[in-house]
Design a protein around this ligand. Structure first.
Ligand SMILES: Nc1nc2c(c(=O)[nH]1)N[C@H]1C(S)=C(S)[C@@H](COP(=O)(O)OP(=O)(O)OC[C@H]3O[C@@H](n4cnc5c(=O)[nH]c(N)nc54)[C@H](O)[C@@H]3O)O[C@H]1N2
Ligand SMILES: Nc1nc2c(c(=O)[nH]1)N[C@H]1C(S)=C(S)[C@@H](COP(=O)(O)OP(=O)(O)OC[C@H]3O[C@@H](n4cnc5c(=O)[nH]c(N)nc54)[C@H](O)[C@@H]3O)O[C@H]1N2
Ligand SMILES: [Mo]
Length: 762
């Protein structure tokens, strides 16, 4: 059983409920803008309001229903804070001093208010005019030997409009270097699902969750990261759908949930059981589980052929025979060893899968951040295809996206591997020659900076220095740049890891009114269910000097490449015009400006959901990948003095990626600290550890680089043997840059080979 680091008992309540309401109220009050906070919240995810800058879960259909969650409240309160990081703040604190601050304290300083330029002589940021800032950027870009020496990073909060202009600017300038947060997030889903189904997105809508007979939730912690999904799962559970959780940790939100929006549950302190079945495999064991389900299905189908949807397979699928061979070649011994589940567990999962007509698989980072993540995503699809669970109501694949508009960013062209059709469409629309070479993804960008092949870094949001792997090398990489630029709302680590020159450009957030020449603007975003809808800020901007992301991108573009190809200023003056451009270039956006005005926006049709397979053979394609040769836990000898463990890095309940709202992880019973490792009783014994001991964590790698972090406090936790967990971003110094997923370049944040060693009290 888990215990807290401060010896508090494990959190006894269901997820959500009064605990969530209490925490929400505390965060609104801490933002020092309580009245505005509440007003702002009521507009979250409502027609005419703004899209919650939290997660990418779909919005509720019922008009007027309040649609936000505790962690959405934190995101909104954090953005709508009354605190400001002004030029006086920067005059007071040198970078050397600020580097000693933790991530929580940096962002807590408040909203950035004016453009700042780093002055190396004084080691302080100093105010700079927008005009001067833009000039520095355009001159630096113009001086590069090749446009491919520039890196244009995006974090998934940018609107469709800002992201569209950003990619257009990059391509007119001459590069496809668009590393983005997606490279570290759902890239494996995009790559895997595209290879299997011909389109890289989820195939389900919110309505499918109302019809599914069973929902399998793989490698995901919705109680913290997609709390509104719990309302959806609760509804499904209440009407009798089977919910199965597969997660190496027993996450509270996947067990019981009290919906703060259900007066009855709140008043009588009751809750709904979310998952009737909960399986806890070892890290990276999901592909083996899925292969086991497939194997069991195949064995059962020998006597009952109707267990496979043979008509669907014959009509729509390619590669079934090779897949069947791969299943036969996967031994039960290997399946059980890799998953660390029992045969009975797998047979039970197969029972549920085989007895349900309509099944949805959802997944997130527990699937995508492993070496074999693309193969695992494809195995998820394989198993869905076996019973025709793609493109029928109540069934399908649902990669639950991270950032609120990360999916939209990809749709409008943020992609280091753009398709030829997309580039052709740009070439036709704007009469220029877009670059055809693939650009750098996030890891390749770091490697390019280290090698001196990339020299200007621009970040449209995000916190590149903290979110990426191999912290020491990432810092070196950024420091080698001629110029680093961050378009941001809050002060973060990346602002402190400067190139020879460095700029901070403060921008409007989602909650704020965006005024341009033609009047107040709205922007648009796309959620995990491919719904595109508009978002309009309600609050006065945090400072009169803030500009919108769209306006900033347009200004940089105008100064760098001029207005011969694109009239940037005109587009930025009225976002309807940008949406017209998107309509002209990207399929699915016909009548964008009209349809987005409908209260909940419009659905971007997913071809796979219509059984249109845009794969090379025009069929849904089974993958016949073998199981990984060896997972870390298979090679680790558990009885040696210092066995290798598998570390997963994850989010606490009080953080949004690198934004740390507070030091608690309520549902896991951790309060007031983040430098902790979760480890099971047996491994503690084996390492001679007591709760509260401090340890050093060291990476095991063959590249000769020493990577370690110290002073992590031991927490006894229910987690499979040989697996440990700790929070990101503190653990990023441990992740080798070269340790990436096969076929997509995502860092293996959920399976890092490490050893731990007790620090002896001195
Ligand atoms: N409040 C809040 N909301 C967020 C975010 C946030 O930081 N805070 N981040 C946003 C972003 S960008 C993203 S990508 C999503 C992230 O959403 P999640 O993917 O839920 O985030 P993680 O904390 O990385 O959690 C991974 C989950 O997978 C489990 N897991 C890890 N490895 C394995 C494995 O090998 N197999 C299985 N079966 N399970 C495993 C972990 O125990 C954990 O429950 O959330 C988005 N929403
Ligand atoms: N070890 C480990 N590392 C990981 C992960 C993991 O699970 N483990 N997860 C990975 C994943 S899934 C992701 S998505 C990445 C996240 O990587 P990023 O997207 O780069 O990081 P964030 O922490 O979301 O960025 C936070 C910053 O964004 C800025 N910001 C906030 N709102 C806005 C806005 O509206 N506009 C602009 N311009 N700026 C804004 C603020 O200045 C804030 O400091 O991290 C990855 N890194
Ligand atoms: Mo993400």
């Amino acid at each position: 059983m888990s215990t807290s680091s401060n010896n508090k008992p494990p959190y006894p309540h269901p997820a959500g409920g009064w605990g969530a309401l209490k925490s929400s109220a505390r965060h609104i009050i801490k933002s020092e803008h309580a009245a505005q906070g509440v007003k702002t919240l009521l507009k979250a995810n409502q027609p005419g309001g703004f899209d919650c800058p939290g997660c990418a879960w779909g919005d509720e259909k019922t008009a007027g229903k309040i649609d936000f969650c505790e962690n959405g409240v934190k995101a909104i309160a954090w953005e709508a804070t009354a605190k400001r990081t002004t030029s006086e703040f920067f005059a007071k604190h040198s970078l050397q001093e600020l580097r000693q601050w933790d991530d929580h304290s940096l962002e807590k300083s408040g909203r950035l208010t004016e453009p700042m330029l780093y002055d190396g002589t004084s080691d302080h940021y100093q105010p700079v005019s927008w005009q001067q800032a833009v000039k520095i950027i355009s001159e630096s870009l113009q001086q590069l030997a090749s446009p491919n020496e520039a890196l244009l990073y995006t974090s998934g909060r940018a609107s469709n409009e800002a992201a569209y202009l950003y990619q257009l600017f990059g391509r007119v300038y001459g590069t496809n270097n668009f590393p983005d947060c997606s490279n570290m997030c759902h890239e494996a889903s995009g790559v895997g699902v595209t290879r299997s189904l011909g389109t890289g997105k989820g195939t389900v809508t919110m309505e499918d969750f109302d019809q599914a007979d069973a929902i399998f939730v793989f490698g995901q912690n919705p109680g913290t990261n997609h709390p509104r999904m719990l309302s959806t799962l609760r509804k499904a559970s209440k009407r009798g759908a089977r919910i199965v959780a597969i997660n190496n940790l027993k996450e509270k939100g996947l067990q019981h949930f009290a919906d703060p929006q259900s007066p009855k549950e709140m008043l009588i302190f009751s809750s709904t059981t979310i998952s009737q079945h909960y399986f806890t495999p070892r890290l990276g064991g999901d592909m083996a589980i899925l292969r086991g389900i497939a194997k069991s299905l195949l064995e059962r189908a020998a006597t009952d052929p109707s267990l496979l949807d043979n008509d669907f397979i014959d009509k729509h699928c390619h590669g079934f025979d090779d897949y069947r061979q791969a299943i036969i070649d996967s031994s039960w011994e290997k399946i059980l060893q890799q998953s660390a589940l029992s045969r009975d567990d797998i047979e039970l999962m197969t029972d549920i899968y085989a007895n349900s007509d309509k099944v949805i698989f959802t997944w997130a980072m527990g699937i995508t951040q492993h070496r074999h993540s693309v193969a695992t995503v494809r195995e998820l699809i394989n198993v869905l295809l076996l019973r025709g669970n793609i493109g029928k109501p109540g069934a399908g694949a649902c990669p639950v996206r991270g950032h609120s508009n990360v999916q939209g960013n990809r749709t409008v062209g943020i992609n280091e591997h753009p398709s030829a059709e997309f580039l052709d469409a740009l070439a036709t629309r704007y009469t220029f020659t877009p670059p055809r070479d693939a650009g750098f993804n996030t890891v390749e960008s770091i490697q390019a900076m280290l090698a001196g092949r990339a020299k200007v870094f621009i970040g449209l949001g995000g916190n590149f220095a903290a979110a990426t792997p191999d912290t020491a090398r990432t810092y070196q990489a950024l420091q080698r740049c001629d110029l680093t630029v961050h378009i941001s709302t809050k002060l973060n680590r990346s602002h402190l890891v400067t190139g020879k020159r460095a700029l901070i450009l403060p921008c409007l957030g989602r909650t704020e009114i965006d005024r341009q020449e033609s009047g107040e603007q709205s922007v648009t975003v796309e959620d995990s269910m491919s719904m595109v809808h508009s978002s309009r800020g309600q609050n006065e901007p945090a400072s009169s000097q803030l500009k919108s992301e769209t306006a900033i991108v347009a200004a940089i573009a105008c100064a760098t490449v001029g207005e011969q190809v694109v009239d940037w200023s005109k587009l930025a003056s009225n976002y309807d015009l940008i949406r017209d451009e998107i309509t002209a270039v990207i399929p699915g956006f016909v009548d964008y400006n009209v349809r987005v005005k409908a209260s909940r926006g419009f659905y971007l049709q997913n071809p796979a959901a219509l059984h249109q397979w845009n794969t090379p053979n025009q069929k849904a394609t089974f993958s016949d990948a073998r199981l990984p040769q060896q997972l870390i836990h298979e090679s680790a000898q558990s009885l040696t003095a210092n066995p290798v463990l598998t570390l997963q890095t994850m989010r606490s309940h009080d953080q949004y990626n690198t934004t740390i709202y507070g030091m608690d992880d309520r549902y896991r019973g951790v309060y007031g600290e983040r430098k902790v490792i979760f480890i099971c009783e047996e491994d503690m014994l084996n390492h001679n550890l007591q709760e509260g001991d401090a340890v050093i964590i060291r990476t095991v790698s063959s590249d000769g680089v020493e990577r370690s972090i110290a002073d992590f406090k031991v927490i006894r936790y229910q987690i499979p043997r040989g697996c440990i967990a700790a929070y990101y971003p503190e653990t990023n110094p441990l992740v080798p840059l070269e340790s990436i997923a096969e076929g997509c370049g995502t860092p293996t944040y959920k399976s890092i080979a490490v050893t731990i060693e007790k620090i002896k009290p001195s």
